[in-house]
Every structure is written in structure tokens, then in C-alpha cells.
Design a protein around this ligand. Structure first.
Ligand code: KG4
Ligand code: ZN
Length: 363
């Protein structure tokens, strides 16, 4: 529908420069430039390298997205950007670019939360989110169970990891197995040819007295590393596929078990899974199985929309516009530790955009 808000979203919280364009809940463009290859030899994302790569990729990626969507920047109803959480320097490049475009175009600026965006992106795939939504958010930096009655204003954490994030555990185990970075996709691939029951790795925080919705992956990580060391010390070959499958099973078993439990306890009949780890094929399959067994409807976006991208930022920005949320002020700053409970960073109560926006600087 033409009256739905047309929003451009910019994502630079980690190593992908993502620019997406959506109209309401319809995806028009999803352009991503990744600096992942530049980090691979360091075994993790190097913040300064990421910031420089964002700077170089920004304008070409925006141009590519506009072209792909077949729209003019002048037609936009708003510019959304990840304000946090993420790497401070990397976020700053996105926020500065979003401000420059929004100001030059005379359009409202929306600083949004990366984590809420990972949830909102599913609207592009499966239509409006049910309210409330139960979301399992699993990425390289976060693992949380969230209950949201409105993704633009109310996100309540039920539980989260007390140590490592799920994606971080994948990345660390891949490093121990010498499989490279990022670890998630490669472990996923190896695990397909392995036996998930080969090794009984521990399931963190699943004891009778443990918190119901919190996660812990550091004990699992240590157990897997020790198991591998013991094999190597004994001069035996490490069965990489079985280790990958058994490790992955331990992670996704706990994630799905706790997510289904939360749905049942809260009386929510559907579950959304978002974030980079939601691209995991075994997590998707086991979640489907367990949700079906409990009469819960599962919503998981396609893998490309699970890992970081600009479309998810545009999706949340469009929702902000549609719901009449306040635009951010021009002094919006990047907040590397923006709490999950703040879906966006509003302005100071008055509309700076139409006051200050130049609107005629962009040609
Ligand atoms: O959401 P995301 O792209 O960036 C953050 O916001 O962190 O998530 C990245 C994380 C990485 O740890 C990566 O290893 C993991 O998602 N990941 C996966 C898969 N694809 C990406 N983990 C497991 N299986 C996958 N297929
Ligand atoms: Zn992410």
C-alpha cells in the first residue's frame, strides 16, 4: 500500500554494513557489505577495522539499496539507524550517516535498538507480529527471552545469559576446532554429518533449582574444550563432526526447552526466534518440532534476515513511523550498551526534524 511508511534503515553495529528499505512490512531492498573476511585472520571482529570498512561501504551501499528498491531518497518517510547496542566506533559511522541523510533530506531520524530490530524483521517475512510476542533472541552478543506487547515501546526481558552469548559459544568452539570465524555457519555445516548424541555435553542452568529462563554457555564451552584437549593429549584424532553436532545439540536443546517453557508459562501461543544464531538449521528444526508438540506457532525469518542486515532496522523504523513514535533528536548518539528495554531513542519531546531539517540539501 502506498500510504504505508517508506523507511531506509542503516545497520553498522558489528561487521556488516547493512542498508535496507521497506514500505510498511514489505521488504524492497536489502543491501549488505560485510568486512568479515578482513577479520577472519584475527579470529574475531576488530573494531577499528570494522569502523573503517563501514565508512568506505556506506555511501555505495545506500546507493545500491535505493537502486534495488527503485525509489528516490526524496520519497522516504524516515531514516532509521541502529543506535546500539554494538561496537561504539562502528555504531558511530551509521548514526553519523543517518543524521547526514535525514538532515539533508528533511526527514525524521529514528535511532533504534539492534535487538528489537532482530525481532521486528520477522514482520517482513510473516506479517505483523502478534501482541504479545515471545521472542528468543540469540546472537553473537546476546541470548535472551523477551516478551513484547509492542515492539516499538515495550520489550520485557524474562531471562538472559549469565555469561557467554549462544553465538559467542559457537565462535569459541569453532576456534578450538580450528574451523575459522565466524563459527556458527561452519559448525552448523559440520554438525549435519555428525552424531548429536555422540558426546553427552552439559546443559547449563537446567537443574531443578536453576533460574527458568536464564542461560549459561560458559560451562559447556569449557567442557567441550577439555574434551577436545584430552583427545589431543592422548594422540587421538578429534571427531570434529561429532563434536560439532553434540555441542550444537546441547545449545539448541537448552534454548528451545526454555523458550517453549516460557511460552507455556506466559500463555503465549507462538514463538519468534531472531538474531544470527536463529540461522542455525538444527535450532530451526528442533524449535519446529518442540513448538508443534506443544501447540505453539513458530516464526523464524529466513537465514539472511536473521544475521545482521539493514532491512531489520528499516522494519523497526517503519513500525515507529506507523505508530507515530517520536523521532530522535539531531543530537542522537550511539550507545554501545543501549538496554534491550529501550526499543528506540526518542527525541526530547519536540519535533526537531521539521524545525531543523534542511530538506533541500540533497540532490
Ligand atoms: O546477529 P548477528 O549477525 O550479530 C550480532 O548481533 O551478534 O549474530 C552473529 C552470530 C555469530 O556468533 C555467528 O557465529 C552466529 O551468529 N551464527 C550462527 C549461524 N549463523 C550465524 N550460529 C549458529 N548457526 C548458524 N548457522
Ligand atoms: Zn545482531
Amino acid at each position: 500500500m502506498a500510504d504505508e511508511p517508506l523507511v531506509l534503515g542503516i545497520e553498522t553495529s558489528c561487521d556488516e554494513t547493512g542498508v535496507g528499505i521497506v514500505r510498511g512490512t514489505t521488504l524492497l531492498a536489502d543491501a549488505v557489505a560485510s568486512s568479515v573476511d578482513e577479520h577472519a585472520r584475527f579470529g574475531g571482529v576488530v573494531p577499528e577495522v570494522a569502523s573503517r570498512a563501514h565508512l568506505e561501504a556506506m555511501v555505495p551501499t545506500i546507493d545500491r539499496a535505493l537502486k534495488q528498491a527503485g525509489v528516490s531518497a526524496r520519497d522516504l518517510d524516515g531514516v532509521a539507524v541502529t543506535a546500539g547496542p554494538g561496537l561504539a566506533g562502528a555504531l558511530l559511522v551509521g548514526v553519523s550517516a543517518a543524521k547526514a541523510y535525514a538532515y539533508a533530506l528533511g526527514k525524521p531520524l529514528y535511532g533504534v535498538n539492534h535487538l528489537a530490530s532482530h525481532i521486528c524483521v520477522d514482520q517482513l517475512e510473516h506479517g505483523p507480529l502478534p501482541e504479545p510476542t515471545m521472542a528468543l533472541l540469540v546472537s553473537g552478543g546476546h541470548s535472551s527471552l523477551l516478551l513484547s506487547s509492542d515492539i516499538t515501546s515495550d520489550v520485557r526481558p524474562l531471562g538472559s545469559t549469565i555469561d557467554d552469548a549462544a553465538g559467542e559459544a559457537f565462535d569459541k568452539i569453532a576456534r578450538v576446532l580450528d574451523l575459522g570465524f565466524p563459527g556458527g555457519p561452519v559448525i552448523d555445516r559440520y554438525a549435519r554429518e555428525g552424531d548429536p548424541a555422540a558426546i553427552a555435553f552439559p546443559r547449563g542452568l537446567t537443574g531443578p533449582r536453576d533460574p527458568l529462563y536464564d542461560f549459561s554457555f560458559s560451562g559447556l564451552k569449557t567442557a567441550v574444550a577439555r574434551w577436545i584437549e584430552a583427545k589431543r593429549a592422548a594422540g587421538e584424532e578429534v571427531p570434529v563432526r561429532d563434536v560439532a553436532a553434540s555441542f550444537q545439540e546441547a545449545v539448541v536443546d537448552v534454548l528451545t526447552r526454555k523458550a517453549v517453557r516460557a511460552c507455556k508459562d506466559e500463555g503465549v501461543d507462538h514463538l519468534m526466534i531472531g538474531g544470527g544464531v536463529a540461522a542455525n538449521s538444527r535450532l530451526r528444526a528442533l524449535a519446529q518440532e518442540r513448538c508443534e508438540a506443544s501447540g505453539i506457532r513458530l516464526r523464524v525469518p529466513r537465514p539472511k534476515l536473521c544475521t545482521d542486515n539493514g532491512a531489520m532496522v528499516a522494519a523497526l523504523g517503519a513500525e515507529m513511523v506507523a505508530r507515530g513514535r517520536a523521532a530522535s533528536s539531531w543530537d542522537l548518539s550511539a550507545d554501545s550498551s543501549l538496554p534491550v528495554t529501550d526499543p528506540h531513542v526518542p527525541g526530547h519531546g519536540h519535533d526537531h526534524v521539521h524545525e531543523a531539517g534542511a530538506g533541500n540539501l540533497y540532490s
